[in-house]
Design a protein. Structure first.
Length: 264
């Protein structure tokens, strides 16, 4: 079975979505993590997911590449489309799906290998060995890391700074040419300078990729995202709109209360 490159689904005359959920509900055993979530995430934009702890942000993110499949007792109802493909269909291979939907985690997690081998790892797993040097260099350049490591490619990745390690993980993700990059608090473990570098990189990546980022940092969401989804306690998506609207003129009073710090 092969998972085709997703074709964006036309949702209106002005915007295209690449990820669409329909009444998506996820439970861990009997506990509801997210409930009845319907949303269209636009192509080649940054979509931020915000909300208080335990509201289902990371659960929704992990649905997009089916990482929740690895959690015992999880159940998923509803539909989730990547382009025209319902990724929870029985004939979809999660391993193939994750080649199209890469993920960058909260803490940098480089492999205990060289910088070069970290970027090349996914390519080798897929049997793609042609033009390896060029692909590795391109990925490091797109991750804004090449100038810092071009003369150190054989050094251990674990010797890089935290910010460099996170950009290396992004390079490793984009080397296999995904369609979507998921990021779960990618800058929470970094200092302000490294955070600024990651934020600049995220915005640059939208030239080629769709980025969905979970963040507790509302200022970060306001700075870097085009769309913002607000989840609140109970796992419900309360509001989804242009980021400027969410932060300046939200429709929902609960969202305004959260944005202004009255709770959460």
């Amino acid at each position: 079975m092969s998972l085709p490159k997703p074709k964006p689904t036309e949702k209106s005359t002005t915007a295209k979505s690449i990820i669409s959920s329909e009444s998506l509900t996820v439970k861990y055993g009997s506990n509801i993590a997210i409930e009845d979530v319907t949303v269209d995430i636009p192509l080649k934009k940054v979509t931020a997911i915000i909300g208080p702890s335990g509201c289902g942000k990371s659960t929704f993110l992990r649905c997009i590449n089916r990482m929740n499949d690895l959690i015992p007792g999880v159940s998923v109802k509803g539909n989730l489309f990547l382009g025209d493909t319902n990724i929870y269909s029985e004939n979809v291979d999660p391993v193939l799906l994750r080649r199209l939907v890469g993920m960058v985690f909260q803490s940098p997690n480089p492999f205990p290998k060289s910088i070069y081998d970290n970027v090349a790892y996914g390519l080798r797993i897929q049997g793609k060995t042609d033009n390896m040097d060029e692909v590795v260099e391109s990925a490091l350049k797109r991750a804004a890391l090449w100038n810092e490591v071009s003369d150190r490619l054989n050094e251990k990745a674990t010797e890089l700074s935290g910010g460099q390690q996170q950009r290396l993980c992004i390079a490793r993700t984009i080397a296999v040419d995904p369609e979507v990059i998921l990021m779960d608090e990618p800058a929470s473990a970094l200092d302000p300078i490294a955070t600024s570098q990651i934020e600049d990189l995220i915005q640059e990546l939208t030239k080629d990729y769709t980025v969905v980022i979970v963040t507790h940092n509302m200022q970060q969401a306001a700075r870097i995202s085009h769309k913002t989804a607000v989840f609140l306690t109970g796992g419900r998506l309360i509001e989804f709109d242009d980021t400027k609207t969410i932060f300046e003129n939200p429709r929902n009073q609960q969202v305004e209360d959260y944005i202004t710090g009255k709770f959460g």
